[in-house]
Design a protein around this ligand. Structure first.
Ligand code: PMP
Length: 410
């Protein structure tokens, strides 16, 4: 490890075990986990652990054979998406999922141009590094990539209509530029919560209108649900279901296997069949029965423990408490987010400028108070609170009490 793969905190935390929303360090201290979305239904959930164990004892093999576990998983997962989405291709990671969606989009449209948002991250491969706008990767933006500025009504002085008109004009310009350069538009790749951009409050109708423009230009739409999916937003299983649209691809990762490496692309029968008839996608480990068992167990736990509803109610409760805190301090400009992905934004009270130093101090202060959270946003001035989704009322009380204490001691 080291500078090529940065760890959290001034003094990194070494962990040894976990259960539910609690994480224990090597020196035996227990922390409330307000940050991790990979252990989606709770760290080391016994049902998931048992399902993985059982399947590993029975069979694990690559994807050149049929297996019921994989088919069961695909069938259950596909009940959660809207028509015409009807097919699943499994991968090992979110990066692979986005790669595959981009390949299918390129082949279908005959174009290479990609629209992304202007502070985003979609994965670690060469082609995804070329469309990363939100992290300090070294690769320059690809000539075939255009980045859209995402509006945030919390930072606008104009009204919604004016902001919407200005933002959509940027989309038209980006599309025209891709067409003039001969790339055309193969896809819009977007992340429905826009958390790297700082959980913006969008003008009403924005996403749907962008999607309409992309489709009119012949492009396909990829909703990257690696962070926003699997009930994180509370009111729906998928982040894109917050908007009036159905994407051509839903890409999946992170929470999907509760820590087991599992990703996937959900798309239409037509797109997958067309791709398969002219091209090959083989992925040795993707769709192995043990990964599928992990994925299936996550869906079962989500249902049995009603975790979608929990993300909605607990997320609402948490945001209510954060809004209360925001009202108490002039250096907190807003409580933001959706479901169990929430943030508090810090500014300099005299200038209104972003205050990343305060965010950093609070993240460290919360570590000292045995609560794990992190930071996000264009200016790194926002708290990132994104716990496993069994987070409940009692956990919210602990987190916000300690946060209140931390803020008083800044
Ligand atoms: N998309 C988004 C929105 C992500 O947050 C990430 C990972 N943080 C990825 C894609 C890439 O996923 P992976 O690391 O599993 O390749």
């Amino acid at each position: 490890m080291g500078s090529h793969s940065p760890l959290f905190y001034d003094s990194p935390l070494a962990v040894q075990s976990a259960a539910g929303v609690w994480l224990t360090s090597m020196d035996g201290v227990t922390y409330l986990d307000g940050y991790n979305n990979v252990p989606h239904v709770g760290h080391c959930h016994p049902y998931v652990v048992e399902a993985v164990h059982e399947q590993a004892r029975q069979l694990n093999i690559h994807t050149r054979y049929l297996n019921d576990r994989v088919l069961d998983y695909a069938e259950q997962l596909l009940t959660t998406v809207d028509q015409p989405l009807a097919r699943l291709a499994l991968t090992n990671s979110g990066s692979e999922a986005n790669e595959l969606a981009l390949r299918i989009a390129r082949q279908h449209t005959g174009h290479t141009g990609v629209l992304v948002t202007d502070f985003s991250y979609h994965g670690n491969t060469t082609s995804l590094a070329e469309l990363t706008t939100g992290l300090p990767v070294r690769e320059p933006l690809g000539a075939h990539v255009r980045a859209l500025t995402i509006p945030d009504m919390d930072h606008e002085s104009e009204g919604e209509e004016a902001v919407l008109a200005r933002s959509l004009a940027l989309v038209d310009t980006a599309i025209a530029s891709l067409q003039q350069a001969g790339h055309g538009v193969s896809a819009l790749l977007f992340y429905p919560l826009f958390s790297t951009e700082g959980l913006p409050r969008l003008p009403k109708g924005y996403v749907t209108m962008v999607v309409d423009r992309v489709r009119s230009a012949g492009g396909l739409v990829i909703a990257d649900e690696v962070q926003a999916g699997f009930g994180r937003v509370g009111t729906s299983m998928w982040g894109h279901q917050l908007f009036d649209m159905v994407p051509d691809f839903v890409t999946l990762g992170r929470p999907m296997g509760n820590g087991h490496p599992l990703g996937g692309v959900i798309t239409t029968t037509n797109l997958l069949d067309e791709f398969g008839s002219n091209n090959l996608y083989f992925n040795t480990f993707a769709g192995n029965p043990v990964s599928a068992a992990a994925g299936l167990a996550v869906l079962k736990v989500m249902n049995a423990e009603q975790l979608l509803d929990n993300a909605d109610t607990t997320g609402g409760l948490l945001r209510g408490k954060l809004t209360e805190l925001a009202g108490r301090y002039d250096f907190i400009s807003a409580a933001k987010g959706q479901g169990l992905f929430t943030g508090l934004e810090f500014v300099d009270p005299t200038t209104g400028a972003p205050a990343p130093a305060i965010a950093k101090q609070v993240v460290e202060g919360m570590l000292a108070r045995k609560v794990l959270i992190s930071r996000i946003g264009r200016n790194d001035n926002m708290l990132k609170i994104r716990p496993p989704i069994p987070f409940n009322r009692q956990h919210v009380e602990i987190l916000t009490d300690r946060l209140a204490d931390c803020l008083t001691h800044l």
